[in-house]
Design a protein around this ligand. Sequence first.
Ligand SMILES: Cc1ncc(C[n+]2csc(CCOP(=O)(O)OP(=O)(O)O)c2C)c(N)n1
Ligand SMILES: [Mg+2]
Length: 403
Amino acid sequence: MDENGADGAADTADTAGGPADTAGGPADTAGGPADPLADADVYRVLGPDGSPLSDATVPDLSDERFRAIYRDLVVTRRFDERAVSLQRQGRIGTYAPCAGQEGSAVGSTHALADDDLISYQYREHGAVVVRDLLGEYLPYWMGHESGTEAIADGNVFPLNIGIAAHLPHAVGAAWAFDYQEEDRVVACHFGDGATSEGDFHEAMNFAGVFDTPTLFCCHNNGWAISIPGERQTASDTFAQKATAYGFDGVRVDGMDPLASYAVTREAAERARGTGDDAESDDPRPVLIEFVEYRFGAHTTADDPTAYRDPDDVDPWRALDPLDRMEAFLRETGRIDDEGVAAIRDEAADVVADAIDFAESIEADPRDMFDHAYAELPPEVRRQRDELLGAVEEHGEDAFLREE
Ligand SMILES: Cc1ncc(C[n+]2csc(CCOP(=O)(O)OP(=O)(O)O)c2C)c(N)n1
Ligand SMILES: [Mg+2]
């Protein structure tokens, strides 16, 4: 098996043709809501019901890899449900739910090599799950800064709340890989809203001019909090913005894990300068627009009913990435009831262990200064000294919340 899990023996021929031709369009979901992506120019492998489309190529992966993708989707969904619940119980701070968007984060990360770097916004938890870092990661959402530093061991940059501010850094890291002749790419994730920021355009421009091996993964979930996509840009698509910077942009159904895998795999080869179609051996950036939808609120502090009709979500729920992947696995004989139950049990255990670990960490307000800088800048040092002085004066207990 190669590093991406292709064992060469996977029986894709029987699935590539697909038992049902779902390429036809909106009526595919048998009486359900119309498929919102039916007429969109997006790449798909799986139809809304999980059947491979007749004109699509199913990625040539081992059965184990297909099941691992499904497992990571289930773990991410479980994590998401538990995180929202913990926030409601006051056991976690504000949280950004990802339900509906797992397919793109999980599928794209499976398409990378382990030493490729991931730099993400705050909603692509699936990427962290694929890198097996949930236990290290959850503490961040509980207020422990150590959580963001720990995930660096899995080549994941700390999450970024300042919209698009991480993109120039991601391009800088990619440039460094190229400069040092390391065969690594950087996948940076951001939302549709992030494309309105100057940092996005500066990062795209620099990447295009300096040939950095960067994958710009734009998660177009239709909204930037309450601002809809049509108020964000007058472009027809987000992918086409790449044209202005001289590299390729591609649209993919981000709720289709296998399409997300395939597009990212090809884009990563292009970024490394090793793809079949590469005009040269030089790395080139690629912009991938994952078209998807968030089922839930922007964050646990948001009420989406204030700006969107709950019925608007139904057509997208019919494209649920977990249901489609599970249907694909069942239909192709790769999983049965027992296999699904085992994965769900495993997901519950993985998430429960992560929660136990995160809740076992003792809170120490001084930690907040420890994990961002190797050497504290003067202003941050001044703030830390002020806190240390206050702890000295008022005692430790004055800084801990009473339960
Ligand atoms: C520089 C900056 N401006 C504004 C905000 C407030 N803010 C937080 S999330 C968000 C919307 C981002 O939307 P998008 O990039 O589409 O990502 P999504 O939340 O949809 O995943 C905004 C404006 C911020 N965090 N940073
Ligand atoms: Mg968005």
